[in-house]
Design a protein around this ligand. Structure first.
Ligand SMILES: Nc1nc2c(ncn2[C@@H]2O[C@H](COP(=O)(O)OP(=O)(O)O)[C@@H](O)[C@H]2O)c(=O)[nH]1
Ligand SMILES: [Mg+2]
Length: 437
């Protein structure tokens, strides 16, 4: 475990894990949501700081996973049984015979020993928290074993495929099995990553016929010797060559995935707040316009509301704007909106809404319809400003025009207008939306 590349990987991984844990920009809610992942990062960090390497067995029930670990340990540390379900929880033991120390052997339930959902969680945990996996089988691989192996390999590059219970096969059968297995995994595993073992050979009866005397037969019970030498050698060589690198790579991989998840959650949390902020301003604006349905009269107040919304959003996204900056952004977005929808769009929408509504051309109906259109325009401005902020103050490749068009295309305009009208009506009449119609 003296490899220098390993040391470098290790310090890089340690740094990125620490950074992740200490990042003060991560909101408490996100930390709480991802508490389990954070705990795992802490464990991974502890592990690489102590130079620990975790070796886990993985495989179907009763293939001899626990027996194999006991044989490696030279001690019956883990319970074994011919019955299914002996190992219900993961457990670990330090493997002293690897002299660099810090190697832990982890026993796990069989892939088919725990219930459905828990099984997948367990498999995931084993794969992410261990650095080397001994994938144990006891004969030719079943389809589900093959599938599980593929899955483990995807999650975890370091795998030794162990064909246990080799004592049950003749020398010829062992040769055939080895060939068949190698051909099955030839794209995924190097040939030296397949080893045969006999962790706890079964007792056998041997019948001897003595030729010299009167053909007398004797029965003899015997137990073939435990054979895990190949596995030990393979394990040692993998651990020596890449033990630390494995631990570091594994930790780095997990940290990378977690930081992606953290970023995603933070964005989702901001987005949820952003959406509430936008709706609040939309409604304020809709009501303001609804109260005074003469086009243009409330223009200034309405624009001020849009600017206020953008300032508010910029704080949610942690990039506070001045009102001047926000005003510029609102101008750009409104300009695109007007260009895309044509100058008559607002009037068309208003008359469309009037036809839809049952209120006729009363002041209330007109006001509400205009308010709904103002609501909609502010909603689009809010969405565009939010995307701009979420992208780190960028319009993206196609500029503001494409962004506003995409937003318009993605919105269900009619249902937003309907909702807006109902909300505004209920505010104006101070009643429940249904009664107001
Ligand atoms: N014949 C034979 N039996 C084994 C060998 N290894 C384990 N067994 C038996 O297989 C059964 C299941 O072993 P266990 O370690 O509990 O399997 P696990 O469920 O994978 O942990 C036990 O009865 C063991 O004695 C082996 O190498 N040869
Ligand atoms: Mg077991």
């Amino acid at each position: 475990m003296q490899d220098r590349g390993g040391e470098r990987h290790l310090s890089l991984a340690r740094e990125s894990l620490r950074e992740l844990l200490d990042d003060e920009r991560v909101p408490a809610v996100v930390r709480a949501e991802l508490a389990e992942d954070y705990a795992r990062v802490q464990r991974l960090l502890d592990k690489i700081e102590h130079g620990h390497v975790h070796v886990a067995v993985f495989g179907r029930v009763s293939v001899g996973k626990s027996a194999l670990l006991n044989a490696l340990l030279g001690d019956e540390r883990f319970a074994t049984s011919p019955l299914h379900g002996e190992t219900r929880h993961s457990a670990e033991a330090r493997w002293e015979s690897f002299d660099a120390g810090g190697v832990y052997l982890i026993d796990t339930p069989g892939i088919n020993e725990v219930a459905g959902e828990a099984r997948e969680r367990l498999a995931r945990e084993v794969a992410t928290e261990s650095d080397l996996i001994l994938f144990v089988i006891d004969g030719d691989m079943t389809a589900s074993e093959f599938e599980a192996l593929g899955w483990v390999l995807r999650e975890q590059a370091a795998v030794i495929l162990v064909l246990n219970k080799a004592d049950r096969y003749t020398a010829d059968e062992r040769t055939t099995l080895r060939e068949v297995l190698l051909s099955r995994v030839k794209d995924q595993l190097a040939p030296e990553r397949l080893v045969l073992t006999a962790a706890a050979p079964a007792e056998r009866v041997r019948v001897r016929v003595r030729v010299d005397a009167a053909g007398e037969e004797t029965e003899e019970r015997f137990r073939p010797p435990v054979d895990i030498d190949d596995l030990k050698l393979r394990l040692w060589s993998v651990l020596e060559a890449e033990g630390k690198t494995l631990a570091a790579l594994n930790a780095g991989l997990f940290a990378g995935r977690l930081s992606d998840r953290v970023a995603e959650r933070i964005l989702a949390a901001k987005h949820a707040i952003g959406e509430r902020v936008i709706r609040l301003y939309c409604l304020s604006k809709g009501v303001a316009v609804g109260f005074n349905p003469i086009p243009g009269a409330d223009l200034v107040a309405a624009v001020m509301l849009d600017i206020g919304m953008v300032v508010h959003l910029s704080r949610v996204y942690g990039m506070p704007f001045s009102r001047v900056e926000a005003g510029r952004l609102v101008a750009v977005i409104s300009g695109q909106l007007a260009a895309l929808m044509g100058t008559a769009w607002a009037l068309n929408l208003v008359s469309g809404l009037l036809k839809l509504g049952s209120g006729g051309f009363s002041t209330l109906a007109t006001g509400t319809a205009q308010g709904a259109v103002a609501y909609f325009a502010t909603y689009v401005v809010g969405q565009a400003a939010e995307r701009y902020l979420a992208a780190g103050k960028s319009w993206g490749e196609g500029g503001p025009k494409r962004m506003v068009r995409e937003i318009l295309d993605s919105l269900d305009r009619d249902s937003i207008l309907r909702e807006a009208r109902e909300e505004i009506l209920s505010k104006l009449k101070g009643r429940h939306p249904r009664e107001a119609q």
